[in-house]
Design a protein around this ligand. Sequence first.
Ligand code: GDP
Ligand code: IMO
Ligand code: MG
Length: 422
Amino acid sequence: MIDVILGLQWGDEGKGKIADYLTPKYDLVARFQGGPNAGHSLEFEGKKFVLNTIPSGIFRQTTKNLIGNGVVIDPIRLMEEIDRIKEECPAFRERLLVSKKAHLILPTHRILDAASEAEKGDAKIGSTLRGIGPTYRDKIGRSGLRVGDILESDFRARYEAVRDAHLKQIQFFGFTDFDLGADEIKFFQAIEFIQSLTLVNSEYTIDEYIRGGQKILAEGAQGSLLDVEFGTYPYVTSSNTLSGGVCSGLGTAPKHIRKVYGIFKAYCTRVGSGPFPTELDDETGEYLRIKGHEFGATTGRKRRTGWLDLVALKYTCMLNGVDELIMMKGDVLNGMAELKVATAYRIKGEITQEFPSNLCSTEVEPLYETLPGWGENVNLNDGFEAMDQTFKDYVAFIENYLGTKIAVISMGPGRDETLVRS
Ligand code: GDP
Ligand code: IMO
Ligand code: MG
């Protein structure tokens, strides 16, 4: 059976920390979409790691990890990432499996990403510029290259054909700010390295685990509001970030999915462009950014901050079929006098709890409930029941609105700053 953990907001909810925390209960942790646009942070024993493509189960020595077919892989970045973790994970070759059907991000995909963003000007998506959009575009357009292709004798010729097609598109954009030669040398070094990894028909791996009664954790990347279908289009990523994406991203049937855990921050952040109804463009927003260290794990960019948006959260709980919630970064709200939570939107004078179909062209006024804040020293040391009543009321307010239990609470980046309620 497969459990899923995924982000319910605009990414960076804390998926890496929780996937790592939950890993001991699972035999395999699998990424099913996204690529090195993700930055999943883990902290343990005084060490900090940021994973981009590798699943967050890699540091628990008894669990295997799979980069699934739905993921897009940049060989150069994957090689660098393995280099960063290999001391901590000496047996990574046995413990890290890579799907032969995962698509490859080529150097020219990254250049196309930059060219396309430059062309958009002020309307740019705010992409991480990791080549994600162009790679998924080639996948859907049936001209991409996959990990399995690197084992074929004509790989270089196929690479050159795709590269040349890309160069024509780049020329069409009039984009010249790149150095392909150096990147190509690194790319082919990385391809040789990827050939030495354990490359698998991962749909069979998943099937074997399921038939053997073993447990799989599917780890989402990005967040539900960045989903290409239901997110704040076009300010989204190019993959299916929702629980529905697990089936196509790993090659399995819906009946094998048992539980969906939805992760959210006790407030809200977004990095990159696009609508954000509860954004705080003021001192409180800056306070949350500094206290929550809200700077991108992948790009170092400032994350935009705002109040918790329950209208959006209810929408993404619905889309994912969330069974249990995981609330992160409650500690960042410690010591605030009062907190606001959006419970409805006013759109053209009408009050609604429905998330609009096109948030980009809809003027939304969030309607807030104001809740009292709690003290500076709230922590998990003595269990949930012993926590400050005001904190417990905040948790209950969210649970009541969403009709879903908050099963795990995180009050710090470390493994031990986590409370499982059930
Ligand atoms: P992900 O992309 O969803 O894995 O999240 P990121 O790693 O991009 O961002 C989450 C950030 O919050 C990381 O720096 C984590 O170390 C940190 N973090 C996770 N949980 C908590 C928490 O409960 N409290 C605090 N203060 N930081 C946390
Ligand atoms: P994790 O897994 C936050 C955002 C980018 C941009 C948009 C499109 O760490 O939560 P892309 O590079 O995919 O073309 O960018 O999506 N974005 C993320 N924001 N967390 C992420 O991943 C993100 N991955 C992409 O900032 O707005
Ligand atoms: Mg992140």
